[in-house]
Design a protein around this ligand. Structure first.
Ligand code: SF4
Ligand code: SF4
Ligand code: SF4
Length: 260
C-alpha cells in the first residue's frame, strides 16, 4: 500500500525537532556549522543530514514586516525518480510503499544519483563510499511504527499514513485555509513527478518556499536511462571484472617486488 508523509507548512513552527529525530534514529552525527546569515542550519544536505527545515524570508505584501516561510525538505520519494533511472548498479529502487530507498550493499559510490537528483538532496559518504539519503524510515514503517520525524513533531505539522488518507487530509486542510481567506494555499506533491510520497500543504506558491515548480527529470537522465538500461548489467559486470583484474595485477606486482 502506498504511504505518504503530509507536511502542513501552516502548522510548522520550525522547531527542528524533526531534524534532530532523524539524526537520532539514524545515528547521524551533528556537523559543525557557522552562521551564514540564515537560520537555516545546516546549509546543505549531506550523508549526515537527510532532512532540514528550509527558511525563506519574504516582505509581507502591504506591510513592511518580514514573513517567514518554513518547509521541511529532503528526499521527496518521487514516482518518476531520476536517481532510480540513472543508478547503474540498480541500488536505488521503489519499495512496496512507493518510497525510494538506496540499497547500501549494492551502491558502488559512482555519484550518478547525486548529480541527477531533481531536488539535490543526496549526500555522499566518503568513508563508506556510498550515497545516503532519507529512507522514509523503512526500518520503522515495516514494523508498524511511524517515521521518526513524524513521531516527534510537537505541532502536528507532520502526519503519516496511506497516500489516499493523506490526500484527503491535505484537501480538508486546503479548504480550511482557503475559507480562512488564503486563496494562494495549495497542495504540492500530487502531480509533481507523477506524485511525491512527501505531500505538502503550503500557504503560498511552492517557489516561495524554495520548492521547484514543475520539477522534471532531466533529458540527460532520461537519455541515460533509455540507452544505458539494456547494457546496464554488462557494464556493472565489466566494472567488477576491471576491479578484479586490477586487484590481481597489484598482488602480482607486490609479489614481484618482494622477490626482488
Ligand atoms: S518538528 Fe514539526 S513543527 Fe518542528 S520543525 Fe519539524 S515539522 Fe516543523
Ligand atoms: S528527491 Fe532525489 S533522491 Fe529522492 S526520489 Fe527524487 S530524485 Fe531520488
Ligand atoms: S522519514 Fe525517517 S529518514 Fe526520512 S527524514 Fe523522517 S526521520 Fe529522517
Amino acid at each position: 500500500m502506498k504511504k505518504s508523509i503530509l507536511y502542513d507548512a501552516s502548522k510548522c513552527t520550525a522547531c527542528r525537532a524533526c531534524q534532530v529525530a532523524c539524526k537520532q534514529w539514524n545515528q547521524l552525527p551533528a556537523i559543525k556549522t557557522s552562521f551564514q546569515g540564515s537560520y537555516e542550519n545546516p546549509p546543505e544536505f549531506s550523508a549526515k543530514t537527510w532532512t532540514k527545515i528550509a527558511f525563506r524570508e519574504h516582505l509581507d505584501e502591504g506591510s513592511e514586516r518580514v514573513k517567514w516561510l518554513f518547509s521541511k525538505q529532503g528526499c521527496m520519494h518521487c514516482t518518476d525518480a531520476a536517481c532510480v533511472k540513472v543508478c547503474p548498479a540498480n541500488a536505488i529502487y521503489h519499495t512496496e510503499f512507493g518510497t525510494v530507498k538506496i540499497d547500501q550493499d549494492k551502491c558502488i559510490g559512482c555519484n550518478y544519483c547525486i548529480a541527477n537528483c531533481t531536488y539535490n538532496v543526496i549526500g555522499f559518504d566518503q568513508e563508506a563510499n556510498v550515497a545516503r539519503k532519507c529512507t522514509f524510515c523503512y526500518d520503522r514503517i515495516t514494523t508498524g511504527l511511524k517515521p521518526a520525524c513524524v513521531t516527534t513533531c510537537p505541532t502536528g505539522a507532520l502526519t503519516y499514513g496511506s497516500r489516499s488518507e493523506m490526500i484527503a487530509l491535505a484537501n480538508e486542510r486546503l479548504s480550511y485555509l482557503q475559507e480562512k481567506g488564503n486563496p494562494d494555499a495549495n497542495i504540492y506533491g500530487l502531480e509533481e513527478l507523477d506524485g511525491l510520497s512527501m505531500l505538502y500543504v503550503l500557504e503560498d506558491r511552492p517557489e516561495k518556499y524554495g520548492l521547484l515548480e514543475n520539477p522534471r527529470v532531466s533529458t540527460r537522465a532520461n537519455i541515460w536511462n533509455i540507452i544505458f538500461k539494456p547494457v546496464r548489467a554488462l557494464v556493472v559486470l565489466a566494472m567488477f571484472f576491471a576491479l578484479w583484474v586490477n586487484k590481481g595485477e597489484s598482488k602480482k606486482q607486490s609479489g614481484d617486488s618482494t622477490t626482488a
